[in-house]
Write a protein that binds this ligand. Structure first.
Ligand SMILES: NC(=O)c1ccc[n+]([C@@H]2O[C@H](COP(=O)([O-])OP(=O)(O)OC[C@H]3O[C@@H](n4cnc5c(N)ncnc54)[C@H](OP(=O)(O)O)[C@@H]3O)[C@@H](O)[C@H]2O)c1
Length: 269
């Protein structure tokens, strides 16, 4: 399958990942939240039927992890049932679906997670994203669910930008040093989608290589950071301590430190 030869639909086209997907798939039909509400089953079915794509890439989600604790109903509608409606539409028109899930479907008590490990979320965001995975599998065979983690990209709010802002605002920036994961650049991920789409249906873990704590990640971005524990920096939603996704199915991507260099170059260009 070659980009450009198949009709592709991108949902969530103006999000952080969606924006980079649009660059990789310039000829795709692009829908933003203004064009489609994925919680509206009728609208999803009608809209996808009308566009009639062969490949649907869904990057729409409710991604505010702490916000999900307060807006649980919305979280389950957008992250759980919405992807199920998209899968139902794909099944009807024989389209393939690529959808994104998260390291937060795991509880973080193990050091590393492969694709077949059993999810056990510890916050509402994770529960809602897991429901999305389940609803897709119930409605469609031809899906690729790509679990990703700790995204940074130039088209959205992300940890790198938060660190750069805080670094200018305060003498020392406290960052947790007991949660570990794999930072991932949206550009690298977007460029990987066709490779995964051509593999067999199922769940994939796709991240940049390299494991670090949030503090170690921050230290690569700014000079004035100090480590702290999760207990010293409480958040509304619990976070898994060790949500490291291991990719056993595709060629590894480059190290996140290399990707970060390109990100910083791009944002400063
Ligand atoms: N960011 C991360 O670190 C991270 C980590 C792991 C997994 N992921 C997953 O990766 C994917 C992309 O994340 P991202 O960070 O690029 O997200 P994002 O920047 O928050 O973009 C999400 C997009 O979804 C749209 N949206 C929200 N509710 C919608 C609805 N009901 N109908 C249609 N569109 C809706 C948003 O539009 P509005 O803003 O206009 O509402 C926004 O454009 C998501 O599936 C996310 O769960 C992200």
């Amino acid at each position: 399958m070659v980009v450009g030869t198949i009709k592709t639909l991108i949902i969530g086209a103006d999000g952080m990942l969606g924006s980079d997907l649009c660059k990789v798939f310039p000829d795709a039909v692009k829908l933003t939240h203004k064009d489609i509400d994925i919680t509206d089953r009728k609208q999803v079915l009608q809209s996808i039927r009308k566009i009639n794509p062969s490949l649907v890439i869904n990057a729409a989600a409710y991604t505010d992890v702490d916000g999900c604790e307060d807006k649980q109903e919305l979280a389950f509608k957008v992250n759980g049932y919405g992807p199920g409606y998209i899968a139902e539409a794909c099944n009807e028109i024989d389209a393939k679906l690529v959808h994104f899930s998260t390291d937060y479907v795991f509880n973080g008590s193990k050091n590393e997670y492969i694709e077949s490990d059993t999810p056990d979320p510890i916050n509402i965001y994770g529960h809602s994203k897991l429901l999305g995975e389940q609803k897709i599998a119930e409605n469609l065979d031809d899906y690729r669910i790509i679990r990703i983690s700790w995204l940074f990209g130039t088209h959205g709010k992300n940890f790198v930008e938060t660190m750069l802002r805080l670094s200018g605002e305060m003498a020392q920036v406290r960052v947790v040093n007991d949660q570990f994961g794999k930072p991932t650049y949206t550009v690298d991920l977007a460029n990987k989608i066709m490779e995964v789409a051509e593999l067999e249906a199922g769940i994939y873990h796709v991240t940049n290589e390299g494991i670090c704590s949030w503090y170690e990640f921050a230290s690569a971005i700014i000079g004035n950071t100090v480590p702290c524990t999760s207990e010293e920096f409480p958040r509304k939603a619990r976070r898994p301590k060790y949500s490291v996704l291991v990719n056993t199915k595709t060629k590894p991507m480059r190290h996140w430190e290399e990707a970060l260099k390109d990100y910083l170059k791009e944002r400063n260009a």
